[in-house]
Design a protein around this ligand. Structure first.
Ligand code: FES
Ligand code: FES
Length: 162
């Protein structure tokens, strides 16, 4: 098997990153192991559970299905960066208040996925929320509280009384 390595440059959470990676290294492994950004989790490793969700050029992606080398020149954002900017402070607060997390393994991916939906504007129906987060597995909460939290933030952002 080849041990091909390549040099990559990208921005991660607004900072320029220049690293050498194994050509087969996934984006989530690169973020966790090389940059020590461990907020993105690794679950199934084949695109099913959503634990590894990060944003690349503004779109959420599965960090286990994308290679680090494919992110050459890209703008990568992880839960750490999105938390630091305050962009999802209301969502994080709502998740906490409504007990929408227990072990927290799914939470970073769930928050980024929820934010993608809310950023598209309006107050989505509970059905739409469920559909949007259907690719993010949670083994603890039963999803009700997560949908409650996302719905509450959508209403608050749009000035709708619950
Ligand atoms: S670890 Fe990537 S989708 Fe499950
Ligand atoms: S809070 Fe444990 S998997 Fe979702």
């Amino acid at each position: 098997m080849s041990d091909l390595r390549c040099d990559i440059s990208m921005t991660v959470n607004g900072e320029a990153v220049h690293e050498t990676v194994d050509a087969r290294q996934t984006l989530v492994d690169f973020l966790r192991e090389q940059l020590v950004l461990t907020g993105s989790h690794v679950g199934c490793e084949h695109g099913v559970c959503g634990a590894c969700t990060v944003r690349v050029n503004g779109l959420i992606v599965r960090g286990c299905l994308m290679l680090a080398a494919q992110c050459e020149g890209a703008k990568v954002e992880t839960i750490e960066g999105v938390s630091d900017t305050g962009e999802i402070a209301d969502l994080q607060d709502a998740f906490e208040r409504r007990n929408a997390l227990q072990c927290g393994f799914c939470t970073p991916g769930m928050l980024l996925t929820a934010q993608e939906l809310l950023a598209s504007g309006g107050v989505p129906s509970r059905e739409k929320i469920r559909e949007h987060i259907s690719g993010n597995y949670c083994r603890c909460t039963g999803y009700h509280a997560i949908v409650d939290a996302i719905e509450a933030v959508a209403q608050a952002r749009n000035g709708v009384k619950p």
